[in-house]
Design a protein around this ligand. Structure first.
Ligand SMILES: NC(=O)c1ccc[n+]([C@@H]2O[C@H](COP(=O)([O-])OP(=O)(O)OC[C@H]3O[C@@H](n4cnc5c(N)ncnc54)[C@H](OP(=O)(O)O)[C@@H]3O)[C@@H](O)[C@H]2O)c1
Length: 209
């Protein structure tokens, strides 16, 4: 698959490296793609660094959003039209201290964070994944062959569900489907399964509590 990684820090950088190792074509982006050379080298394979515009123009199969939550407003203002028909995996979390008032408004509002992202980008193919796992655990626990760490995910439609599930499993995590975006409240900061690194059994036990 061709994967556009929007935001190549702790989450996007580690995921992109895993996906490159799994044989995917990875386009790392940030507002400063010239600073991503080391990451591209570490990723090897078919990885490269491109600008945000180039990532869109490359017509990737899927785009990972791994930017600070506040960037969703700015990015969607520029790219909502373009991303409308695309699968977006949203790994972001609203943190008022980092993201300001808009994050607090989303936390206090009626939409889950993933629904906010889907609304802003005007897409019907958004999934939520990789937002509940610490970046270090994501980095250190990929490609396990036994007792795999679980990555919960939710999706808006069948295509985003299939692609997200495959991209979780391709890098050696166990995918656990939560449901539609309306069900993702338990994945949001400070909620039931947020920040919990465990296997499928452990995760399902937490979900059913
Ligand atoms: N760290 C974790 O343990 C963790 C776990 C789960 C989920 N998350 C969530 O994942 C998201 C990313 O977290 P992170 O820790 O990976 O952050 P990070 O290390 O700070 O990386 C953020 C990336 O986004 C880029 N970026 C920032 N503002 C941007 C903008 N307006 N447009 C385009 N790119 C922009 C940054 O590069 P430039 O500044 O060069 O543009 C950088 O590549 C956050 O929403 C966070 O809450 C984090």
């Amino acid at each position: 698959m061709k994967i556009g990684v929007i935001g190549s820090g702790n989450i996007g950088g580690n995921l992109g490296k895993h996906w490159a190792k799994a044989g995917h074509e990875v386009l790392f982006t940030s507002r400063h793609p010239d600073q991503l050379n080391q990451l591209v080298q570490e990723a090897g394979g078919k990885a490269k660094a491109v600008s945000l515009d180039e990532a869109w123009e490359a017509n990737a199969d899927v785009y990972l959003l791994a930017v600070p939550f506040k960037a969703i407003d700015e990015l969607s203002e520029h790219y909502a039209g373009e991303y409308k028909g695309k699968v977006i995996i949203d790994a972001t979390n609203p943190y008022p201290k980092r993201d300001g008032a808009m994050a607090q408004e989303v936390r206090d509002g009626n939409l889950n964070a993933s629904e906010y992202t889907a609304m802003k980008f005007g897409t019907a193919k958004t999934s939520k994944a990789f937002n509940t796992i610490y970046a270090e655990h994501l980095r250190d626990n990929a490609f396990r062959t036994s007792d795999k760490m679980a990555v919960p995910f939710a999706a808006q439609d069948e295509e985003s569900k299939q692609i997200t599930q495959q991209l979780i499993e391709d890098i050696g995590f166990e995918s656990v489907y939560i449901g539609n975006l309306k069900d993702t409240h338990i994945m949001d900061p400070e909620q039931k399964i947020y920040g919990k690194s465990t296997n499928r059994k452990g995760l399902e036990a937490m979900m059913n509590k």
